[in-house]
Write a protein that binds this ligand. Structure first.
Ligand code: PHB
Length: 396
C-alpha cells in the first residue's frame, strides 16, 4: 500500500472512531447485592439473572449504547454498608441507576439517597411492603411478602383449622406474619400461635419443639431464602413435626429452588405460595431455564432471586431503549411505572403505576419429585394479577 493511501486510511478510521465516540452512550448501573454474610449465595443468582437477560437481549440496545455494571457486595443485611456503597456509586461513580438488593434493611437505607440524588432504584428482591413508599425513585420488580402470605393465609384457612406462624424477626417476616394472621381471622380460621426468631443463624430446634407442643394443623414459615431455609427444613424433619400431623406451609422462600436438593426428603409435600418456580412449564420459563443451564451449567437451577434480576434488567433495558441511552431520572420513572411483560418466566407481569410495585401471578405449589429431582410443582393459580395487598388494604 502506498504511504499516501495508508495515511488516508488512518485518517478515515480516526474519523470513524471519533464519530462512534460522539454517539457512544454508556449507561452505568450501580448494582448492590449480597455475595457474603448471611445467605451470601443469593447475590450471584441475582447478578446472573440480570446478566443473562442483557445477553439474550443485547441486540435490542440502540446503536452506540452500552451498559456498564458496577458490582458491589453489601455483605448481607447491613444497612450501613449498603448506604455507603450507594453513596459512593452516586457521588463518585455517577451511576445512572441503582439496582439489586436482597435485604429489606439495605433497601430502606438506600431509599433516601435515591430521592436526594434523583437516581432511579430498581429493586430486584427486598420484599417488605413499605419500601416503595420510601422513595418516588424506587420501582420494585421482585415481590412483596404480602403478595404471597396473604393469599397463602386465605387458602390455608379453608384447609387447616389452626395455623401457627414462625417468621424471621425483621421487616419481611413481620409482613408475612401480619398477612397470614389477618387472612386467617378474616377467613374464620384460628391462629394457634406466632413466634419471631432472630434473623441470623438461629437454632430452630427449640422453636420447632414449641410449635409441636401447640399441635397446630399447619405451620407457616417465612425465613430468608438460601441456607436458612434448609436449616428450617432440617429442624422440622428432625423433630418429627410432619409425623405429628403438622403441615409445613409458607411463601416460596422456605422451599427456594436452589436449596431443594440440600433439603432432601423433609421438603416433600411442603405447600407454598409464590410467583416463581424453576419447575414451571410455561414456555417462557422453559426458555429461561434452558438459557440458564446453557450458560451456567447443566446442574444449575435458577430461583426467584434470579428472576428478580432477569425482570429487573428487562425493565431497565426498556427504559434505556425508550430514551436511546440518555437517562433522565423522571422520564425513567415514568417508563418504569408503565413497564409490562406478558412473557416473564413467572407469567404476565406489570408495574402498578400508583405504587411502583410489581403486579404478578401467585401460584400454589407443592414440593414433589419430578424426574428424580425435588421441584416446586405449580398446582393452582391463586391470583393471576396480584397487587401488593398491604397497599390495597391501606388505601387512603
Ligand atoms: C428481604 O429482606 O426483604 C428478604 C430477604 C430474603 C427473602 C425475602 C425477602 O427470601
Amino acid at each position: 500500500m502506498k504511504s499516501r493511501n495508508l495515511a488516508a486510511l488512518v485518517a478515515a478510521s480516526g474519523l470513524a472512531l471519533a464519530a462512534a465516540g460522539a454517539f457512544a452512550q454508556t449507561v452505568k448501573i450501580g448494582f448492590i447485592t449480597s455475595y457474603s454474610g448471611l445467605n451470601g449465595n443469593l447475590g450471584p443468582y441475582m447478578e446472573r439473572g440480570m446478566r443473562l437477560y442483557l445477553k439474550e437481549h443485547q441486540k435490542e440496545l440502540p446503536p452506540g449504547v452500552n451498559i456498564e455494571f458496577l458490582i458491589r457486595d453489601d455483605t448481607g443485611p447491613n444497612p450501613d454498608k449498603a448506604k455507603q456503597l450507594a453513596q459512593e456509586l452516586i457521588v463518585r461513580d455517577k451511576v445512572n441507576l441503582l439496582a439489586g438488593v436482597i435485604f429489606t434493611p439495605n433497601a430502606m437505607a438506600i431509599a433516601p439517597l435515591a430521592t436526594e440524588a434523583k437516581v432511579p432504584f430498581v429493586i430486584m428482591n427486598a420484599g417488605t411492603a413499605v419500601i416503595t413508599t420510601r422513595s418516588p425513585y424506587i420501582a420494585r420488580l421482585s415481590f412483596t411478602l404480602w403478595q404471597s402470605c396473604y393469599p397463602l393465609g386465605q387458602w390455608a384457612a379453608k384447609k387447616f383449622k389452626r395455623v401457627y406462624t414462625l417468621v424471621s424477626d425483621f421487616g419481611p417476616g413481620h409482613d408475612c406474619e401480619d398477612a397470614i394472621v389477618r387472612a386467617t381471622k378474616e377467613s374464620g380460621g384460628e391462629v394457634a400461635g406466632t413466634v419471631r426468631v432472630p434473623l441470623s443463624n438461629p437454632d430452630f430446634v427449640p422453636y420447632m419443639q414449641r410449635v409441636k407442643d401447640a399441635k397446630p394443623d399447619a405451620l407457616a414459615v417465612f425465613i430468608p431464602a438460601g441456607k436458612t431455609a434448609t436449616a428450617v427444613l432440617k429442624a422440622f424433619g428432625d423433630l418429627g413435626l410432619s409425623k405429628a400431623g403438622i403441615k409445613l406451609i409458607g411463601p416460596g422462600d422456605v422451599t427456594t429452588d436452589e436449596e431443594l436438593e440440600n433439603m432432601g426428603e423433609a421438603a416433600l409435600g411442603v405447600l407454598t405460595v409464590h410467583h416463581y418456580s424453576a419447575a414451571a412449564t410455561r414456555p417462557a420459563n422453559q426458555a429461561f431455564v434452558a438459557a440458564w443451564k446453557r450458560d451456567y451449567g447443566a446442574n444449575e437451577t435458577p430461583n426467584f432471586v434470579a428472576v428478580g434480576g432477569w425482570d429487573g434488567m428487562a425493565a431497565i433495558l426498556y427504559a434505556v431503549k425508550e430514551q436511546k441511552g440518555k437517562i433522565d431520572p423522571d422520564r425513567t420513572m415514568e417508563l418504569l411505572k408503565n413497564f409490562k411483560d406478558p412473557n416473564s418466566p413467572r407469567g404476565p407481569i406489570s408495574i402498578d403505576p400508583t405504587t411502583r410495585d410489581i403486579v404478578q401471578p401467585e401460584y400454589l405449589r407443592e414440593v414433589r419429585r419430578v424426574g428424580g429431582k425435588l421441584a416446586n410443582v405449580e398446582i393452582e393459580t391463586l391470583g393471576a394479577a396480584v397487587k401488593d395487598p398491604w397497599k390495597e388494604l391501606n388505601k387512603k
